[in-house]
Design a protein around this ligand. Structure first.
Ligand code: PEP
Ligand code: MG
Length: 614
């Protein structure tokens, strides 16, 4: 989770854990003799092997597609049209620049035209379409990327810069070729591994689960919502690799190692066989852990615990139930808005909450009010762009500013509250005033429903997320006004260390093992215990096996985790005693750095549950 992105080339037989960093360009011309290995940030575990779907920064999708023999002439015509249109466009640019700035500045466009109209390029493309039956898009992408690599490898920096010109021409050609034929990620028809420059949380949320078997993004940090959704989908994912898309074409086979944060391009047979074996081990571990499903969540010495699931969509309730969750500890309702074509109405909210409550029946369902803004879309179409969206109008701040939005949601939650054990939770509360304002709006909605004669649970438990340091430091002031709290470490890490959870370049700081974060968590647990207020931890930390013993030792009894993590967390809980965990916590909290703490915790994990040590 805390690794830096780096490139490496590994010999096929080299153990994947010993990859060395070096320049990706060194791979050129190796003709597949070496496995190209890319280090990113592991955000969702598992191994996926398969054909890629490449989506570059402009969102082009370039699958390896074949054309039937009869269509070859038509496809060549389509290619020629695209070359012609691209040529006229470049020529227009050339003339405009020459007019405005003079011929010397228009020279670059003449060079582009020369490259585009180079008969060798045309011949090569025709050969790929005619003889190998590739689609023009795929032929263009593959050929131009090969040229890019050759140029990038040149020592002369002027010539190596020309790689950008080729990329530019490739994009122009693809724009003409794909044009209206650009397909949506949500309309896939065969299994793929998605490789993209970046995916927004809403794009990730809309990935077709039947076909997307893993993804890699050049950007993105460990705490991004894109990463969280990947875990929710239960597919291996690696983010923050840095640039690599020019080195891969759609349809190539790659391996995504979501445990180590590795992406293997052009794997050889031996590497594929090794990873197939690893994927098999994952499956057999998951099968063995299935037997825990109906056993209670408790420590080996019988201390009762609660392991709840985090969900973004109602369909995930089933995954939680299948894994033996005790309920839903965090329902991120903002995902109702991501990818929605129309603004969700009260009925849409109600149906979603009702579906979850009906399915969970007895267990608690913590419905968190909207946490829109920041890296998740801001629903308001006319909202101003913010310089620091994580410090701006996000979450409860947005709800309190947009009362119709907030009221709609609260009414729906209240109406659904009669269907099960519903709880409502406010996110990102940073002052007592905000909590009181949110409670007032809730009380207003209760009065409205009462006047209308609509049934709801007047005693619905009300909670808040503790994810901003100010809330930790003044927690005592809040506790008289809430029924429960939930610690959000994803944000607590970011706000404590001033480190953007979505930025791969500061990933080495983004860790819940940072001593400052651990001390804040300890403060929350102790204050809640003194005041007898139930506390849960629903950040990603809670679903990471590294931290289970530490959190138990620090006094946490309620975990809310991504559904796929439930069996492993339960397994650890049932394997350890409280005194063991207290000792681990005491030692970990005495250490000075996140690295030392993580290293120590992983050693302890290995001692108690070697099969869960990756
Ligand atoms: C958190 O911040 O830990 C949390 C659970 O909320 P989110 O990840 O949705 O911001
Ligand atoms: Mg949060």
């Amino acid at each position: 989770m805390d690794e830096q992105a780096a490139w490496s080339i590994a010999e096929p037989t080299r153990n994947k854990h010993s990859a060395r960093s070096c320049d990706p360009n060194n791979a050129i011309g190796l003709g597949g003799a070496y496995v190209l290995q890319l280090q990113g940030i592991a955000v969702s575990p598992g191994v996926a092997i398969g054909e890629t779907l490449v989506i570059d920064s402009e969102g082009f999708r370039i699958p390896r597609r074949f054309v039937v023999r009869d269509a070859v002439e038509d496809e060549l015509e389509r290619l020629d049209r695209a070359i012609e249109l691209t040529g006229s466009q470049i020529d227009e640019n050339r003339q405009a620049v020459a007019r405005e700035l003079g011929d010397q500045y228009a020279g670059i466009f003449s060079a582009h035209l020369q490259m585009l109209r180079d008969p060798h390029l045309r011949e090569e493309l025709e050969e790929m379409i005619r003889d190998r039956h590739y689609s023009p898009e795929y032929a263009v992408s593959r050929t131009m990327r090969r040229y890019v690599k050759v140029f990038e490898a040149l020592e002369n920096s002027y010539l190596s810069q020309r790689a950008h010109d080729i990329i530019d021409i490739e994009k122009r050609l693809l724009r003409h070729l794909l044009g209206h034929r650009r397909e949506e990620l949500s309309q896939l028809t065969s299994p793929v591994l998605v490789l993209a420059h970046d995916l927004t949380p809403s794009e990730t949320a809309n990935l077709d689960r039947r076909f997307v078997q893993g993804f890699v993004t050049e950007l993105g940090g460990p705490g991004s919502h894109t990463a969280i959704v990947a875990e929710g989908l239960g597919i291996p994912a690696v983010v923050g690799t840095g640039p690599f898309l020019t080195d891969v074409s759609g349809g190539e086979v790659v391996i995504i190692d979501g445990d180590q944060g590795l992406v293997i391009l052009r794997p050889d047979e031996e590497t594929i066989a090794r990873y197939r074996h690893e994927a098999e081990e994952h499956r057999s571990l998951a099968a063995r852990l299935e037997s825990l499903r109906d056993l209670p969540a408790e420590t080996a010495d019988g201390v009762p615990l609660q392991i709840l699931g985090n969900i973004e969509f109602p369909y995930e309730v089933e995954q939680c139930a299948q894994r033996g969750a005790d309920g839903i500890g965090l329902y991120r309702t903002e995902f109702l808005y991501l990818g929605a074509k129309i603004e969700p109405t009260e009925e849409i909210h109600y149906e979603a909450y009702a579906a979850v409550l009906r399915e969970v029946r007895d267990g608690p369902v913590v419905i968190r009010t909207l946490d829109l803004g920041a890296d998740k879309m801001n629903w308001e179409p006319d909202s101003r762009e913010e310089k620091n969206p994580f410090l701006g109008v996000r979450s409860i701040r947005l709800s309190l500013r947009d009362l119709p939005l907030f009221r709609t949601q609260l009414r729906a939650i209240l109406r659904a509250s009669t269907l099960g054990n519903a709880r409502v939770m406010f996110p990102m509360v940073s002052t007592v005033k905000e909590l009181r304002q949110a409670r007032m709006v809730l009380a207003d909605m209760m009065e409205d429903l009462e006047d209308e004669g609509v049934n709801f649970n007047r005693d619905i438990p009300i909670g808040m997320m503790v994810e901003v340091p100010s809330a930790v430091l003044t927690l005592d002031d809040f506790l008289g006004e809430v029924d429960f709290v939930s610690i959000g470490t994803n944000d607590l890490v970011q706000y404590t260390l001033a480190v953007d959870r979505t930025n791969k370049d500061v990933v080495s700081l983004y860790s819940p093992a940072q001593p400052a974060v651990l001390r804040l968590i300890e403060m929350v647990l102790q204050t809640c215990e003194q005041r007898n207020v139930p506390v849960n931890l629903c950040g990603q930390m809670s679903g990471s096996t590294t931290y289970t013993m530490l959190l138990l030792g620090m006094g946490l009894r309620n975990f809310s985790v991504t559904p796929s993590a439930i069996p492993e967390i339960k397994k650890i809980c049932r394997s350890v005693t409280m005194s063991q965990c207290r000792e681990v916590a005491e030692h970990a909290l005495s250490l000075e750095s996140a690295d030392e703490i993580k290293h120590y915790l992983r050693q302890e994990l290995r001692a108690v549950c070697p099969e869960l040590y990756v």
